[in-house]
Write a new protein. Structure first.
Length: 647
């Protein structure tokens, strides 16, 4: 039998062993971070990525100095989320510096697998495809890991010496992405003014005083992922979105504020003063070009043509080049410039001809229906020019060498913009191209043989926004590439493009492109015994059906209005008559309208189709109604006529 001392020794040994195990477990727990098992099931649903932590802090010291720290943790659930394992941090050799970057990779259990620092990252110039030279650079690094789920953690600290805007806070920046915690903080001196606007949420900041700093913090948690939705409104304008407007700004020694659109315009205008001087030879050229012209519109057209023929777009961003235009003499001598420089050059040419023009700041790209006109912020990334002429205004896209004067393409049409006057900024709206403007008219003459093969000639007129894509192909693709595109865009069986041709008409404000095509289509119609099944809608069928979505959460956004008409005449083989006719249809809805008519004669099928789409934003609750309209149109577009051989 063991003595009491022996028992105590045994107990003590087990207790010490237990303590060692407990300590080892504690060390392991502390060495593991963000295990995937801790993610709630609700955040995994519909998600490729879960944002475990998204924390950004702006520590503002003055109007010209701020330190920004960012801490991001992403758990990547599948290969579709691998893009979040990449960090690319932009900086500027003059105004933005990177103090530190740290990156960590963890497995599903939260065990560290790999890491890198700022010194390990690739450092490259920010070659955006259009910049000739700039001060913009970026640090880039990534993890290559495919054992899902895994987690990446990034920490960045940057210093801004002069800044124009404070970044928006959008906790949920994409589809298929859920958020555990997102936090945004602004620390500012009590006397530094700024404004904020919270969209799509009633969230208010928590405000605390710390020494001479006021600290504003916004935080959201447990945001479930959105499935990717067709025809949805711009995602970042449909979820919680915080806009920040700094009251004082300082870039390159230029000071100003964003307290109003007028003040914004004054600040931008102050950076352009004295940069509109033309060399003497260019002044003389202007005089020669407008000599004998009395109509201001004719003068504008000839000067715009001169700009297009003698300059081209190259992005040059040195110093504060992101905001300050290269001067007019530079553009005249070099024959190139960025959007600001070319717009400034155009304004200078106009002034020499005694015509007042203005530079205009605008956000180029997808049409933005969610601009906030009563809150001053900085969404702009592009500059154009406009010339008021009494009741008319001529808009000029100075980076495009082919558009007619007065026409803005989809890139800048129908949106708010900031016109820079001598007295400051004025919020304006660029032209909207409506249903009666955006027209596509197509006439097809086709012939069908007994085996179901078809030859056809198509003549199509495209106007306004309907011609934009064609215009880009004509001027920016080689003919071989144009042919390749034509061979892939139609919903047809095997077909060959026999010939194609384009003719542009820019004599009026709205540009027109006429297209001529000859196609040969094998097995277009289905021949079964003595019957031929043929769809008379040859080139304009609706693409794919939309699926129902009774739980849709995002609004429907139809960007462009347009009117499409098709008139088709098909010569059919002799000896056939109609066995089954497709019915004529007419559909009207809040989203647009659709109609078709078919007439079968002794040797011909005559088919007419018209589709109109209206632009607008519609609540998600109407998505089923839209699906019903579109899918009815789809069914009508895919209906066949059945011909049978006469006895």
């Amino acid at each position: 039998m063991k003595s009491r001392n022996d028992f105590l020794k045994l107990f003590s040994g087990k207790y010490i062993f237990f303590l060692i195990l407990l300590f080892a477990s504690s060390l392991q727990a502390r060495s593991q971070k963000f295990p995937a098992s801790a993610i709630a099931d609700s955040l995994k649903e519909n998600a490729n990525v879960v944002v475990r932590l998204d924390e950004t802090t702006w520590d503002i010291q003055s109007a010209s100095h701020a330190t920004v720290t960012q801490h991001f943790v992403y758990t990547i659930l599948n290969e579709k989320g691998d893009g979040y394992a990449v960090i690319s941090t932009h900086y500027n050799s003059k105004s933005i510096s990177i103090n530190s970057i740290s990156a960590y990779l963890y497995d599903a259990n939260g065990k560290e697998i790999n890491h890198f620092k700022k010194k390990d990252m690739t450092d490259l110039p920010n070659e955006d495809g259009s910049s000739f030279v700039n001060d913009e650079r970026y640090k880039s690094g990534s993890f290559n890991y495919s054992h899902y789920p895994y987690t990446v953690e990034f920490e960045v600290e940057m210093v801004f010496n002069g800044f124009m805007h404070i970044s928006d806070w959008v906790p949920q920046q994409n589809f298929m992405l859920s958020v555990e915690t997102s936090r945004f903080t602004i620390q500012r001196p009590a006397d530094y003014p700024f404004k904020y606007r919270m969209l799509n949420s009633s969230l208010q900041p928590v405000i605390v005083q710390k020494g001479n700093k006021q600290i504003y913090t916004w935080q959201l948690q447990n945001l479930t992922a959105y499935e990717e939705m067709t025809l949805s409104a711009d995602y970042v304008w449909s979820t919680p979105h915080l806009l920040i407007s700094p009251g004082e700004i300082n870039i390159g020694g230029y000071t100003g504020s964003l307290t109003s659109w007028n003040e914004f315009g004054k600040f931008y205008g102050s950076m352009q003063k004295g940069r509109d001087i033309l060399p003497d030879e260019t002044k003389q050229k202007v005089k020669d070009l407008v000599n004998g012209l009395t109509d201001p519109a004719s003068k504008i057209a000839v000067l715009y043509n001169y700009l297009q023929q003698n300059t081209h777009y190259v992005n040059v961003q040195l110093g504060i080049g992101g905001w300050q235009a290269s001067d007019a003499t530079y553009v005249a001598n070099k024959k190139y410039g960025d959007c600001k420089a070319l717009s400034n050059f155009m304004v200078s040419l106009l002034r020499e001809a005694c015509i007042k023009g203005y530079s205009v700041l605008v956000e180029g790209g997808k049409e933005d229906m969610d601009f906030v006109p009563d809150f001053t912020y900085d969404p702009f990334n592009h500059a154009i020019c406009c010339v008021p002429l009494g009741k008319d205004t001529i808009w000029l896209e100075c980076t495009d060498q082919f558009l007619p004067p007065g026409y803005l393409s989809w890139f800048t049409a129908n949106r708010y913009a900031l016109l820079i006057t001598d007295d400051g900024g004025v919020l304006v709206h660029t032209p909207a191209y409506l249903l009666s403007d955006n027209i596509r008219k197509r006439n097809i003459s086709a012939k069908l043989d007994n085996d179901g093969n078809m030859t056809l000639e198509s003549k199509t007129m495209y106007r306004a926004l309907c011609q934009d894509r064609i215009e880009g192909i004509i001027h920016h693709k080689a003919r071989e590439e144009q042919l390749k595109i034509l061979k892939s865009i139609f919903y047809l069986p095997s077909y060959e493009v026999i010939s194609f041709n384009y003719r542009e008409d820019y004599s009026k404000r709205l540009p027109v492109i006429d297209e001529s095509l000859q196609l040969s289509v094998n097995n277009y119609a289905q021949v079964t015994g003595k019957r031929i099944f043929i769809n008379p809608n040859i080139l304009s069928r609706s693409g794919t059906k939309y699926a129902e979505d009774k739980n849709r959460r995002l609004d429907i956004q139809l960007i462009q209005e347009y009117s499409y008409t098709d008139t088709v005449q098909i010569t059919i083989p002799t000896g056939y008559e109609v066995e089954s006719q497709m019915k004529n249809q007419e559909i009207k809805s809040p989203f647009g309208s659709y109609s078709n008519k078919t007439q079968v004669m002794s040797d011909k099928i005559i088919y007419y189709r018209k589709v109109e789409q209206y632009s607008g934003r519609y609540p998600a609750t109407r998505y089923e109604e839209y699906v019903g309209f579109y899918n009815t149109m789809y069914d009508a577009d895919h209906e066949d006529i059945v011909l049978v051989r006469k006895n």
